[in-house]
Write a protein that binds this ligand. Structure first.
Ligand code: HEM
Length: 206
């Protein structure tokens, strides 16, 4: 396989992994966290049920960690070799191109912080952690709360804009009319997921 061919397939895999499984997991993760709006007991019960899913650790590694690691590291490589052109704000697409990369870099840092402070806590006996309380306490900090808002909005924007570019890469939207219509789908995904994510994080501060 030549260098160009390998790059082509890695690019395709990177594109696909952004939707399946990472994008799908992101939507599910924001949805499950919405349980926080029903209080600590309901939230911890939901977490407990997930932890008791058969093969949970293998699913976590296979569906979340490995794809995210590949997408994130290859994404940083793509970003490092990109040629952004944001000199004129008339070109909305150039801005979207830039923001896709900027939110990717923010997400890389945010996901490491998020995993470190929630999933790797008390790793030997993680099931005994009161995650609702842990989140409540850490979100008392104005900085951490602000970082969560930025992290959630970066994730929802990155996925929504990614759906738009994914549809072009995979030939689902051919031509300007189909691509214009797809903007509405992306905008709806952004608004709905952002609402769910922000409402959930606010629930820990209520
Ligand atoms: C919540 C986690 C993430 C989700 C749901 C996600 C989702 C997506 C989606 C759906 C795409 C569109 C694929 C396409 O254009 O065909 C994409 C593209 C991209 N992602 Fe992510 N991503 C995530 C994290 C990251 C991270 C951590 C980085 C690291 C920098 C990153 C960097 C990129 C880049 C550079 C692109 C553009 C690729 C291109 O235009 O060729 N992403 N992502």
């Amino acid at each position: 396989m030549t260098f160009e061919e390998r790059h082509f397939w890695l690019r395709r895999l990177h594109s696909l992994s952004g939707i399946v499984p990472i994008g799908g997991y992101l939507a599910f993760h924001l949805y499950e966290n919405y349980t926080a709006t029903r209080g600590g007991e309901a939230y911890n019960r939901m977490v407990r049920n997930l932890q008791e899913t058969p093969f949970a650790i293998f699913l976590e590694i296979g569906i979340i960690i490995v794809p995210l690691l590949f997408h994130g590291v290859y994404g940083l490589f793509v970003t490092g070799t990109a040629r952004p052109n944001v000199t004129s704000n008339r070109y909305v697409r150039n801005w979207m191109y830039f923001l896709q990369r900027a939110t990717g870099v923010i997400l890389f840092a945010f996901v490491i912080f998020h995993l470190w402070t929630t999933r790797l806590v008390n790793i030997r006996d993680h099931e005994s952690v009161d995650l609702f309380r842990l989140m409540q306490e850490s979100l008392q900090s104005r900085w951490i709360y602000a970082f969560y808002i930025v992290g959630i909005l970066s994730a929802t924007f990155h996925l929504a804009n990614g759906i738009w570019s994914f549809s072009i890469v995979w030939g689902l939207t051919v031509g300007p009319r189909a691509q214009r219509r797809m903007i509405w789908v992306s905008a709806a995904v952004f608004l709905i997921l952002s609402f769910i994510g922000i409402r959930s994080i606010q629930a820990f501060r209520a």
